[in-house]
Ligand binder design. Structure first.
Ligand SMILES: Cc1cc2nc3c(=O)[nH]c(=O)nc-3n(C[C@H](O)[C@H](O)[C@H](O)COP(=O)(O)O)c2cc1C
Length: 179
């Protein structure tokens, strides 16, 4: 049975939640799925890996550096195996062109141009941020004209149906359904 690795970078946890959701969809379709945080995974791709989905989130205009490092180190394998990328940012929610620019920059930095790319809205977990981050994010969000400035609650912009479609399209184009 094909084994799909969903490898991600995250700072506040939303990309990990999206990776878990993708893994559930992959398993529903009868495949094996493993998720791992690239911060502690190292740069070696296991031999039994039949497909890779890489996820990363955007902070200050960039994806996690250790995800960029992993992709650079495994570019040949990512080009050989069925592979996909998803990028998580607030820009996806209302500033799509910017979200695409983050991915373009990532592709230029790594040299990897994945055939399958997903852009997903992230989250604004005010209640989990420390004092400084909470106030900085509120300022940034309100400077963009967003009403989502209530720091006593969290906002989630991830559209889970879109995540499901991304995972299913990836499987459908690349793997025969298991018996
Ligand atoms: C300090 C900080 C900087 C951020 N910078 C950006 C940014 O430059 N562009 C953007 O679209 N989103 C930005 N975001 C929003 C994150 O991409 C969003 O919160 C995402 O859900 C984070 O994913 P993670 O929880 O997996 O780390 C920023 C968030 C924080 C806390």
């Amino acid at each position: 049975m094909p084994s799909i690795y969903i490898l991600f970078g995250t700072v506040e946890g939303q990309t990990a939640r999206i990776a878990d959701y993708i893994a559930d969809v992959v398993r529903e379709h009868g495949f094996q799925a493993r998720t791992a945080d690239l911060k502690s995974f190292g740069n070696a791709l296991p031999d039994e890996c039949d497909g890779v989905i890489v996820g990363a989130s955007v902070h200050m205009g960039k994806h996690e550096g250790y995800v960029t490092d992993f992709v650079r180190a495994n570019k040949a394998a990512l080009e050989r195996l069925p592979s996909a990328l998803f990028s998580v940012s607030l820009a996806v929610h209302g500033d799509e062109a910017n979200a695409e620019d983050y991915v373009e920059k990532f592709e230029q930095e790594t040299g990897w141009r994945p055939a399958h790319v997903g852009l997903f809205g992230g989250a604004l977990p005010y209640t989990q941020y420390g004092f400084f981050k909470r106030h900085m994010m509120k300022k940034i969000v309100s400077s963009k004209g967003s009403p989502d400035t209530d720091m006593s609650r969290d906002y989630v912009y991830t559209e889970w149906d879109g995540v499901r479609r991304f995972a299913e399209d990836f499987l459908a184009g690349r793997f025969a359904a298991p018996d």
